[in-house]
Each structure stands twice: as structure tokens, then as C-alpha cells.
Design a binder for this molecule. Structure first.
Ligand code: HEC
Length: 164
């Protein structure tokens, strides 16, 4: 190794140990406990993750013939809804109803995961049935927390129907 390159590398090492604590010879390194914190409003999670992914699966399942990339995409969207359920678990209501919230969020995660499994098998009928079950899961939580939104799959109505 040329001296020039060696000094450049040494310099890089000094910088990286200064900037990245985990790279330093620090006995406490590796014991970092991440603290999960909700950042976005629940409404944004609904509008930006839950709903668009739901509609995306619906659009794909409504196509006459879904090609491989369409199935892969739809499966990914179902998995993103399952991850959304994990994010919802960071956002229980403050006052009361936390156990109910967690139950609904876990139910959402399992419905979305099951739907992803059906979509991986490329079965339209089972995929549609899974999307109906997923909508029921969305609505159970909305009903429990008096959110006036009903998710109805395979309906032209957009945005979702407001019940009041
Ligand atoms: C664990 C509870 C819970 C689950 C499960 C849930 N939601 Fe929601 N959703 C809420 C709450 C609470 C609100 C109201 C948020 C607000 O306005 O502050 C909401 C609001 C919404 C809204 C309205 C957002 C707006 O602009 O006012 C849509 C759309 C929505 N949810 C879609 C979905 C879909 C689709 C699913 C299922 C894939 C789902 N939700 C599952 C709790 C839930």
C-alpha cells in the first residue's frame, strides 16, 4: 500500500470513529436500545400507507389478467399493510381503549399477512376474499373508535364512504 493511500485511510478511520460511535473502541457499543417513537399523525398513516396500499391491491385484483409483476406488487402492498399495523401499535389512543387498539392492530397485521400469502399463490378468488377480510379488519377498528369511515372493497366510490 502506498504511504499516500495509507495516510488517506488512516484519516478516514479517524473521521469515521469520530462520527460513528459504534466504530470506536467503546465497550458500551452494541448495547444501544432503540426507542420507537411515533412521528406522523395516525391520520397520515391511514392516508399515506393503509389506504393507498389497500386500493392498490384492489386495483390489481380488478384487472382481467394479472401478470407476475402485478402479483408481486400486490403481495408487497399487503405486506406493507402488515407493517403499517406494526406502526399503529406505536400509536394507541392516549386516554383509554389501548387493549382494544392493540387487538385490532394485531388483527390487521394477521389479515394482511394472510392476504400476502394468498397473493403469493396468485389466486384471484382467494385474493379477493382476503381483501374483503382485510376491509372488515379496517372497519372493526374504525367502528370501535368511532371513525366515520367505511372501507368497502371493489366499489367505485372514492374517497371512502363517510357514514355521517
Ligand atoms: C387499529 C385501528 C385502525 C385500523 C386497524 C385501521 N384504521 Fe383507519 N383509522 C383509524 C383511526 C383512529 C382513524 C382516524 C384518524 C384521525 O383522523 O385522526 C382512521 C382513519 C382512516 C381513514 C380516514 C383518513 C382521513 O383522511 O380522515 C382512512 C381512509 C382509513 N382510516 C383507512 C384504513 C384502512 C384502509 C385500513 C385497513 C387496511 C384501516 N384504516 C385500518 C384507525 C384504524
Amino acid at each position: 500500500m502506498s504511504p499516500h493511500l495509507r495516510s488517506a485511510l488512516a484519516c478516514l478511520l479517524v473521521f469515521s470513529t469520530a462520527l460513528v460511535p459504534g466504530l470506536a473502541q467503546n465497550p458500551g457499543a452494541g448495547k444501544v436500545v432503540p426507542k420507537l417513537e411515533p412521528i406522523a399523525e395516525t391520520r397520515l398513516i391511514m392516508e399515506g400507507l393503509a389506504h393507498p396500499n389497500f386500493r392498490g391491491i384492489e386495483r390489481n385484483l380488478s384487472k382481467m389478467a394479472l401478470d407476475d409483476s402485478g402479483w408481486t406488487f400486490a403481495r408487497g402492498q399487503a405486506l406493507l399493510i402488515a407493517e403499517t399495523a406494526n406502526l399503529l401499535m406505536l400509536r394507541p389512543p392516549k386516554a383509554q381503549g389501548q387493549p382494544v387498539w392493540f387487538e385490532h392492530a394485531m388483527d390487521l397485521r394477521s389479515q394482511a399477512t394472510q392476504l400476502a400469502q394468498q397473493l403469493a399463490k396468485k389466486n384471484v378468488e382467494r385474493g379477493k376474499a382476503g381483501l374483503h377480510n382485510l376491509a372488515k379488519s379496517c372497519n372493526r377498528c374504525h367502528q370501535s373508535f368511532r371513525v366515520p369511515i367505511e372501507i368497502v372493497p371493489f366499489q367505485p366510490a372514492e374517497p371512502p364512504l363517510r357514514k355521517v
